[in-house]
Write a protein that binds this ligand. Sequence first.
Ligand SMILES: Nc1ncnc2c1ncn2[C@@H]1O[C@H](COP(=O)(O)OP(=O)(O)OP(=O)(O)O)[C@@H](O)[C@H]1O
Ligand SMILES: [Mg+2]
Length: 236
Amino acid sequence: MLKVENLSVYYNKALAIDNISLEIKKDEAVCVLGSNGAGKTSLLNAIFNTVHKEGRVIFNSVDISKMPTHKIADMGMVYVPDKRTVFNELSVYENLEVAAHKIIKRKGKREFAKNLDAIFDQFGNLYEKRSLKAGYLSGGEQQMLSVAQGLIRSPVMFVMDEPTAGLSPKLMDVVFDFISFMRTQHITILIVEQNVNKTLKATDRAYIMEVGKIVDSGFSKDLLDSESIKKAYLGG
Ligand SMILES: Nc1ncnc2c1ncn2[C@@H]1O[C@H](COP(=O)(O)OP(=O)(O)OP(=O)(O)O)[C@@H](O)[C@H]1O
Ligand SMILES: [Mg+2]
């Protein structure tokens, strides 16, 4: 479904991504793990064509390397960046409605209602606070609303950058449950995370990045048992 070929990203002359390739098949959940500054966000930004890059990105057999970001989104690949994307002055419901405006235009109100039901099912506290201005939500709730804004767009592929960063363990579990739910809806997933243990448990395959390179990859369950991963990321 998504192929990244010989991708490099430079900022001025500094190399942030050094010739990496990866592939995600339909219905897979794949994670990219790595420490701060490894190049994870740069990889996602390069996929969505918001940074200058070398190399190719193919989505559903279409070369999207030079495609404007909004056109990539129109193809069904949705990006939830690491920064929250909610409008403080709008209510929770209105934030979801705004995020959905293109899908409502294209597929009608029914699709919106279906997605909304799923979101409120998964995120009970967003349902309770649906009429509250998003500015009054807690940081964790705003983060969940950002993720929910992704699903309301009916993605075929969902790309997330550290959706659980800064969340309490309880809210982290809500987000990972949400990821399991999306998998039941046959949404292909690419997730960047630092929460290694829970992310490996929630995904099929993993790529490990260090300073701009992929240094390891494999099935998530094998990496969970790997001594080097345990040592580097799971505290021994
Ligand atoms: N806009 C930018 N201008 C210059 N250098 C940048 C820019 N964005 C990122 N970098 C550098 O590129 C490298 C990779 O950064 P990136 O944000 O992709 O890492 P990351 O793996 O997402 O890290 P984190 O886990 O902290 O989010 C880092 O050395 C970073 O300092
Ligand atoms: Mg990052």
